[in-house]
Design a protein around this ligand. Sequence first.
Ligand SMILES: NC(=O)c1ccc[n+]([C@@H]2O[C@H](COP(=O)([O-])OP(=O)(O)OC[C@H]3O[C@@H](n4cnc5c(N)ncnc54)[C@H](O)[C@@H]3O)[C@@H](O)[C@H]2O)c1
Length: 253
Amino acid sequence: MSTTEQRVAIVTGAARGIGAATAVRLAAEGRAVAVLDLDEAACKDTVEKITAAGGKAVAVGCDVSDAEQVEAAVERVTSELGAPTVLVNNAGVLRDNLLFKMSEGDWDTVMNVHLRGAFLMSRACQKHMVDAGFGRIVNLSSSSALGNRGQANYSAAKAGLQGFTKTLAIELGKFGVTANAVAPGFIATDMTAATAERVGMGFEDFQAAAAAQIPVQRVGRPEDIANAIAFFTGDAAGFVSGQVMYVAGGPLS
Ligand SMILES: NC(=O)c1ccc[n+]([C@@H]2O[C@H](COP(=O)([O-])OP(=O)(O)OC[C@H]3O[C@@H](n4cnc5c(N)ncnc54)[C@H](O)[C@@H]3O)[C@@H](O)[C@H]2O)c1
């Protein structure tokens, strides 16, 4: 591929939040972007933001945990935009509960979206990356990978994504493909707004309480994560692989 040819990126869960900010950012860097989410119509705002700024994007409806839908979505992206060589596995859900109240459904849903989804998307895209001799995979982990009360399912999935990332880096490195994980701390999105509601706090108070615990004294914004993802997906980051970058306003332990 010549360096002037436009690379194609797929960002999952890009209808809103971190995924939307990432899609906009990657488009601003010159990528053609597939804005993928459960509901194609919900991707419209992100696509319009990209095209209004002169970028190229398509909306793709797909449940990342469904193998047939994933195969069909990646084929559609390939025919409409070109072979995807950048993949951001960002789609995510929460089903928080203390272990004794966690249902099998809560467990399975979180595993299916985060782990099975990242596996299916990566498997479907890797052949295009290998053919191109270039690829960038970024998986969204979380500070919760280190353990978080009420999130046995989510923390297991997010820690699992770190092992998945390192293994992809080992298997795909020789084909010019890197795999890295970005692990956000508290980012103000619909996801954290829903958590505030669940614990009975106003979102402003919830963010203020979180910010007080963060060394830089503010919560994160979706663009903070998009910046880190832009680094890992860049052409210049070819020697950075198998890494987990915590983007949390301070160190975590
Ligand atoms: N917000 C935070 O504080 C935070 C912190 C750490 C990690 N993360 C991770 O970052 C990612 C994005 O989080 P966010 O805060 O923007 O969440 P969000 O809830 O605002 O957005 C998630 C998006 O994923 C989509 N999605 C869910 N299930 C899907 C599926 N099966 N197929 C396709 N799309 C699906 C949703 O429709 C939604 O548009 C998630 O993986 C999340 O776990 C978020």
